[in-house]
Design a protein around this ligand. Sequence first.
Ligand SMILES: [Zn+2]
Length: 497
Amino acid sequence: MRERRKIRDRLSIRSMKNSLIRRLFLLGVMLGISLLLITLHAEEARLWNGNAGTVEITPGESMWMAGYAARKRPYESVLEPLFAKVLYLEDSDQDPIVVVTLDWIGVPRSFRNHLEEKLAERLDLSPHRLLLNASHTHSGPMVRVYEAPDGTMKPAYSNIPDEEAEERVESTLRYVDSVLEKIELLVSEVREGRKPVAVSFSKARCGFAINRRTPVGPGKWKNAPNPEAPVDHEVPVLQVRDEQGDLLAVLFGYACHATVLSGMEINGDWPGFAQKYFEEDHPGVIAMFLNGCSGDQNPYPRRMLNYAQRHGRAMATAVEAALETPAQILSPRSGAALHWEPIRYQEPPTPESLKQRSQSSNRYEARYAAFLLEVWKKEKAFPESYPVPVQVLRLGDEGGGLTLVALGGEVVVDYSLRLKREWQEQDKGTVWVAGYSNDVMTYIPSRRVLMEGGYEGGEAMRFVRSAVHPAPWVPEIEEQLVRRVHLLHDQLRTVEP
Ligand SMILES: [Zn+2]
């Protein structure tokens, strides 16, 4: 190395003595400057137009909480505020990607429909470029009401006393409408304030999620940590920085239920604390959580406030670590596709079997069977399928870019593990798989979990009223959804939307 430098020094001294070579040298300098300018221009071309924003959505009046069927009264106090956040990224063709995250139990389909309409009117936003994701906090408000078979509107929770039902429906609708308005306004404001930003992707790991399906005999599962079963401990992070390289926003993911707490106080559970801590450590930066394939993943240990805080701290630290790992720069190119994949149900129950089940000693099973029986009496038929949303967003184009897959429902972890494996095998670049997106109608088991049975395999459907799920999904559910993801991705590769 030193030898080479000496030779170079000698050469440069000699060249300065020679006027012809000096002229060539000047030409070289000019060429160098031109190259630098071209590079700088290319750097500029690597910028998106983006921005992020936050709005508080803590309920202002008495409401029932969502997440646990056992709760018997409205929330008592607010431990931590709830938020909706927006990330807006516009590519070099001025096509935007809008990500909305919510400290809610889920995204009702009707909510997505309304927001989609409002943003199409106001900003001419294409539906496939809008992604809504819920943190699945079990310490937030009930956000669903449904039309019962008798034509009346009812709250989604069967513990709500009949005499309260009407009032609860009204307050829920009032709250949901107010959040809709807040988000509509926030998206517009965030868009107004867009500026040149660099977008990159990196990841870290975090370990508090554990598979919650523990076998306790043939076909029987209990909700307890099973350290032998699949997990996805990756923490994908999208970094948004301004032209100076300063961090403006992070969008981070993780596959884990937000179920540390089950009390009567409103809060965002561990994802709420993770976002709060990261934002406190980085004043002015907006931290957003995109829930992953966490259908069968729980945080452990749980049930104490300090565990929610510690898991939140662990996650904020993991996001911090992701900022130090090699980042993939995403050029300002994007593609988006959204398809509502009809997934069929298995053979529906007969009215006779439902009559029998409505006498079950399990009161949730009895109420579910009675509900289905009512539907049957009115409709004389059950729905044969349900449209599960499959969204594929592509950011950047070099090396395949980043594919952000957003699936509806409470997707189990097998989906993200499988898609990441297939992305690698097929050399498709980087993939990030989110669940709880665009419509959270019930659990989305893999073939394995469906065949094994238990809560995530189909039993959880008995708690749903805002959709009629007459029977478990067909075992083809996994193949169908995975095939659709690949199909949408491959379409985006060949056609620019
Ligand atoms: Zn859940």
